[in-house]
Design a protein around this ligand. Structure first.
Ligand SMILES: *Cc1c(COP(=O)(O)O)cnc(C)c1O
Length: 408
């Protein structure tokens, strides 16, 4: 059954506002999503009713805040089908989750070990591994892409060896919307006993994820791209690996006993949660997941696929348009394109669209290596959320026609 997009839209108050006297058309969901009323209500009720520090107090508010936060941990565990709540760590976001792994795994990396990433990664899945490689004198290898934006899997298989220690790739590219065949990628890496991290920042809002079925060793994602507030993210990690890793940050909450001679650490997941967390956002992430579950990840995926194909078809009717990764084997979440006009940048297009109330992302999308590959400085990217309708796409196309007339 198709989703009732009108009733979903009504749950997002921001969609009623005007931008430059036009109704807002929000197509920048890969950067951050908007928040539904139940999420906004939960933030409000948290501060009005149970605000207190967690895991510390004997008093009622502290206990209730702790219970709610631990309840969200269970909701996350079920949402991604992890086997234990010990494997669910609250972080600040995807960037923080990846940095945690790249730092805390250092004792397991030896000189000459190899770390594999791909050409399709967000900077936050490149730079932490460069730093780790430099620190441990390990080598960083990169899976190449082809002109469709697909990873070249034959080349990937050639990069794998007994030296491969970690592989970290995204599930869906934020810049191109390419969906990587992660099950196959994970299985290949495991033949060499390499650990695999999946950057799920762009997949968790759009498609069901099952970590046990995927058998990934780590999974990272952000709350703010899945209808939750900013400042919360999740790192899933297999328990036996997390046990072997050193703490990321040190301080309160992550210790069992502290003396000046020696400190012993808390058990999982608290070993990786030093200091007072973002309690409000951590709790409200659970509400956002309940919102997604009330619609169904599979239904969201189907709806957004419809939008993606509708947009691709309509874009192709325009003059002088280049759509990147149009022929990739599988796509989701976003479409990246440019006008093929000399001297016109993606931000020129974005500026004219904004004047018509249409929010898209322009520039390199934190993926400069992809831009270098295509020989461009940036793209215009339209990315989707559950509330986007075909009317949004019609308005975008009208806006692009106007931009073309002004720029050509
Ligand atoms: C957004 C994004 C990140 C970074 O997420 P933050 O929330 O900024 O930490 C990493 N990888 C991908 C694929 C992303 O889309």
């Amino acid at each position: 059954m198709p989703l009732d997009i009108q009733s979903i839209r009504e749950q997002f108050p921001i969609l009623k506002r005007k931008v430059n006297n036009q109704e807002l058309v929000y197509l920048d969901n890969a950067a951050s999503s908007q928040k539904p009323q139940i999420v906004l209500d939960k933030i409000d009720s948290y501060y009005k009713t149970i605000n207190a520090n967690v895991h510390r107090g004997i008093h009622t508010l502290s206990q209730e805040a702790t219970e709610e936060m631990e309840n969200t941990r269970s909701i996350v565990k079920e949402f991604i089908n992890a086997s234990k709540t010990e494997e669910i760590i609250f972080t600040k976001g995807t960037t923080d989750s990846i940095n945690l792994v790249a730092y805390s795994i250092q004792e397991l990396i030896q000189p000459d070990d190899e770390i594999i990433i791909s050409h399709l990664e967000h900077h936050s899945n490149i730079v932490p591994w460069q730093i780790l490689a430099e620190r441990k004198k390990a080598k960083l290898k990169v899976i190449p892409i082809d002109k469709n934006g697909d990873l070249i899997l034959d080349e990937y298989k050639k990069l794998l060896s007994e030296k491969t220690k970690i592989l970290s790739v995204n599930h869906i590219s934020n810049a191109l919307g390419v969906v990587n065949p992660i099950k196959e990628i994970i299985d290949e890496a495991h033949k060499y006993n390499a650990y695999v991290l999946i950057d799920a920042a762009q997949s968790i809002p759009h498609t069901p994820i099952n970590v046990q079925e995927l058998d990934c060793d780590f999974l990272a994602f952000s709350g703010h791209k899945m209808y939750a507030p900013t400042g919360v993210g999740i790192l899933y990690g297999k328990e036996h690996l997390l046990e072997k890793m050193i703490p990321y940050q040190a301080g309160g909450e992550m210790i069992k006993e502290v003396t000046f001679e020696k400190t012993t650490y808390q058990t999982l997941p608290f070993k990786f949660e030093a200091g007072t967390p973002n309690i409000e956002a951590n709790i409200v992430l659970g509400t956002a997941i309940e919102f997604i579950k009330s619609i169904g990840s599979k239904n969201i995926e189907q709806h957004e696929q419809k939008i993606l194909h509708y947009l691709t078809d309509e874009l192709e009717k325009l003059d002088d348009i280049i759509i990147y990764a149009k022929n990739a084997k599988s796509r989701a979440g976003a479409v990246s394109f440019n006008f093929n006009l000399n001297g016109i940048s993606s931000s020129d297009v974005g500026f004219i669209l904004d004047k018509q109330g249409i929010a898209v992302r322009t520039g390199h999308h934190c993926t400069q290596p992809i831009m270098h590959y295509f020989g461009i400085s940036g793209t215009v990217r339209a990315s989707f959320g559950v509330y986007n309708s075909t009317e949004d796409i019609d308005k975008l196309i009208q806006g692009l026609k106007k931009a073309y007339q002004m720029l050509k």
